[in-house]
Ligand binder design. Sequence first.
Ligand code: SF4
Length: 491
Amino acid sequence: MSYGDDKFHDECGIFGVFRHPDSAAHTALGLHALQHRGQEAAGIVSFDGKHFNSHRGMGLVGDQFSSQDTMDRLKGHSAIGHNRYSTTGTTILRNVQPLFAEFDFGGLAMAHNGNLTNGLTLRRQLVKNGAIFHSTTDTEVINHLIANSPGIPMPQRVSSRHAPEVARIVDALSQVKGAYSMIALTNNFLLGARDPYGVRPLVLGNLDGSTILASETCALDIIGATFVRDIEPGEVVIIDDVGIQSLSPFAAEPSRFCIFEYVYFSRPDSIVEGVNVHEARRRIGIELAREHPVPGAHIVTPVPDSGTPGAIGFATEADVPFDIGIIRNHYVGRTFIEPAEHIRHLGVKLKHNANKATLAGKSVVLVDDSIVRGTTSVKIVEMVRSAGAAEVHMRIASPPTTHSCYYGVDTPDRDGLLAATRDVETMRQHIGVDSLAFLSMDGMYRAMGLTGRDNAQPQYCDACFSGDYAIQLTDHDDHALPSQLSLLAEQ
Ligand code: SF4
C-alpha cells in the first residue's frame, strides 16, 4: 500500500557495465540512482569470463545489494541490472529481472524496460509450438524468439565472432511490437537496443574506458561516468573487447519519445534526449502560469516532490512568492503496512502534512504534475483547507490524463482515470478546489521548445493525454486473449 501516491509508474530502470573490475558494485550504484523507476524488486547478473552470477530479490536496491557476501558472489568484469515496478504487487521472484537463459551459443542475461504490445499474442503462438514459460514477463518472450530464430541477414557487417548471435537477437526484436529499451549480456558482448519509436530512454556512458548503458544519466553521475550519447531509436549497439558497433537494423519510424518522462518519470537531474528534466518541468510551470494565471494569489506551493519544478516556474512567471506549504515525509516506503480500518483516513498524512504557518489565510496556488485517479488530490486539498487556506487554486503541469498507457507504464484502466469521464468543472467539484486548470497540449510542447503539437506528426508519444497510440496495440485489440496470466506465487 502506498500513501499519497496517485501517479503513473514507470515499470523499470536498467543498467549495464562492460569490462570494469567493479562491474557489480557499479551496477548496484547505478540501480540505486534509478530507484525511482522501480521499487518492488531488483536484480544483477554478472559474468566473470566463465560463469554468470545472479542475485535477484524483492525490495529496494539497498535491501538486496548492501551485504558484502552478496556483492562478493557477483564476481566478474561485466554486469547488468534491473529495477522493477510490478503491477501485481505479488511476490513472484521468477518475474524479477535480469532473466537468464542458456542458449546454444552460451548464456544470455536480459534486462528490459518497456512493454511489448504483442507480447501475449507471441506468447500464445510460442506456447502452441511447445514453449514452456517460467515467468509472465515480456522479456521471456524475447528469449524464446531468440532460441527459435535461424537469424536474419544483417544490413550491416557485424563482428564475425558475434554475427550469428546478434542476427538472432535482431530477428527476435524485429518480431516484437511496443516500447522497449533493453540491455543483454552474453559470454562475449554487451548489447543495448531501443525500439524504433524510441519510447523509453537509454543512454551510453564511459567510465575509465569501460562502456556503460543506463536508463538515465543520473545513473552515470553516481559512478562518475561521462555521458557519451543517447542510444538512438531503433539502434542496436554491440559492445565487445574491440569497441562499440552501432547497427540500425529496423525500418525507421518517427520518434515518439514518452513525453511523460519529462512530466514525472525521469529524475530531475537527468539529461533526457538532450533536455535537463528539471529545466523542462520549470518551463512547463512557466507555460502553465501564462495559460492559467491566478489573480490575487498569495503563494505558489507544490505537491512535493514532483510538483516542485513546475511550481517554481509558475511562481517566477506569475511573480507570486514560492513557498513550501506541504511537507513530504521521505521515510514512508511503498510497502508501509496498511493501518487498521479506524485510522485508515490518516493514511495520506503518513506521507504529506500541510504547514499551517505558510498557508493560513492565503490564496494558494497548488501545483501538481498530473492527476491520475484524483484520490490523493482530494486529500491534499482537504489538508490545505484544514491548514486555513482561504482559497485553493489547483494547477496541473500536464494536460488531463484521459487514456491508459500500454508502453511500459503502470496505469489504471481508462475508467479509473479521473479525466477520462469528467470535464474540468466536474473534476474541480470532485477535488474541492476554487479553480482547477490543466496545461494545454500545445503548452506542453511549447515547454519542450516547439511551437505546439504537430497534430499530423506529433514529436512525442502523448497517448495518455491524446489517445493517439502510434504503436499498434495488438494484444489490447484482441479481446480473445486472457487479460492475466497465471503464475505460481513463491517466496
Ligand atoms: Fe508515456 Fe506514451 Fe505511456 Fe503516456 S502513453 S506514459 S506518453 S509512453
